[in-house]
Design a protein around this ligand. Structure first.
Ligand SMILES: Cc1ncc(COP(=O)(O)O)c(C=O)c1O
Length: 298
């Protein structure tokens, strides 16, 4: 569903947001797109178990846990950070995943870095038996195929399509399904130049650019300014944003409009990729630090 932003923009600019966050209550936004063909493939291979990786507040972990419960797969989550093993009940994401039936293995940050190595995967198979492996963030070729379904023929009029970037899978699907006159702008939620090369390995088209100015210090980092922006945006539009991905992207777009990045009459489509389950975890951290909370409910 595309929703126009009822805000005043200069230069007759139009901004519309695609509410992918509303696709599914628990497998929201890009997670639904990324899992769609992976779940079909897992079934075709006769897999009984899905195994995947993620951090403490991972949207992907929550989505895989729920999808497994809904579709009859056992799910295993390898979680970055051994210290989290004793904190499941204090972590809304892990608690939810566990309630969906996900079993966890908590691993050190060093071991987490080995997660793509075949000897590491072989050891996992010895421990857990056979499984269908879904990479961190859900990004693989099948996930990108799913993300190619985000844009539809009704989106042909837009000049720009904008989305948040984590592992690069979502934007890759969007890049290769965008029309030749459309420019795709990606807003990395983390620091570093490696994403440019990573995305190049996935895509055919070159109608895209990464905007590196709105990561707010890096992955999972936020500032009071971002929290205020998300809260004000909700008050004005009733659209909830998450602080890790979509909040940073929408903040960036609003700044770029102010700085005259876009031409007269530009039509901009923002992709809301979900991630709202992560707000509870972020608010727990903000509360502990006695900082203002994200308020995206009436
Ligand atoms: C809510 C949300 N938006 C955007 C992204 C970025 O997607 P990708 O990892 O495919 O770049 C993620 C991470 O997967 C996410 O959870």
């Amino acid at each position: 569903m595309n929703q126009s932003l009822n805000l005043a923009f200069p230069k007759n600019i139009t901004v519309v947001i695609k509410r992918e966050d509303l696709i599914h209550p628990f497998i929201s936004g890009n997670k639904f797109r990324k899992l769609k063909y992976n779940l079909l493939q897992a079934k075709e291979e006769g897999a009984a178990t899905l195994l995947t990786f993620g951090g403490a507040y991972s949207n992907h972990i929550a989505a895989v846990a729920f999808a497994g419960k809904e579709q009859g797969f056992k799910t295993i989550g390898l979680i970055r950070g051994e210290e989290l093993a004793s904190k499941i009940q204090d972590n809304p994401t892990l608690k939810f995943a566990q309630e969906c039936g996900m079993e966890f293995e908590f691993i050190t940050r060093e071991n987490y870095r080995l997660k793509e190595e075949s000897s590491f995967i072989d050891d996992l198979k010895k421990k857990w038996g056979d499984f269908y492996l879904i990479p961190e963030g859900g990004t693989n070729a099948l996930a990108i195929d799913g993300c190619k379904e985000i844009l539809t023929e009704n989106d042909a009029d837009f000049d720009y399509v904008c989305c948040a970037v984590g592992t690069g899978g979502t934007i890759s699907g969007i890049i290769d399904s965008a029309l030749p006159h459309q420019k795709v702008l990606g807003f990395p939620a983390l620091k570093g130049d490696f994403l440019q090369d990573e995305i190049c390995t996935f895509v055919k088209n070159n109608n895209w650019e990464l905007i590196h100015d709105y990561h707010f210090g890096g992955y999972g980092k936020i500032t009071p300014e971002l929290v205020t922006f998300i809260n004000d945006f909700y008050k004005q539009t009733k659209i909830p944003l998450d602080p890790i991905y979509t909040g940073k992207m929408v903040f960036g777009i609003m700044e770029m409009i102010k700085k005259s990045y876009f031409q007269e009459n530009a039509k901009i489509l923002l992709i809301h990729t979900g991630g709202l389950q992560g707000v509870a975890g972020m608010n727990t951290k903000l509360k502990n630090k006695k900082l203002p909370l994200i308020q995206i409910h009436d």
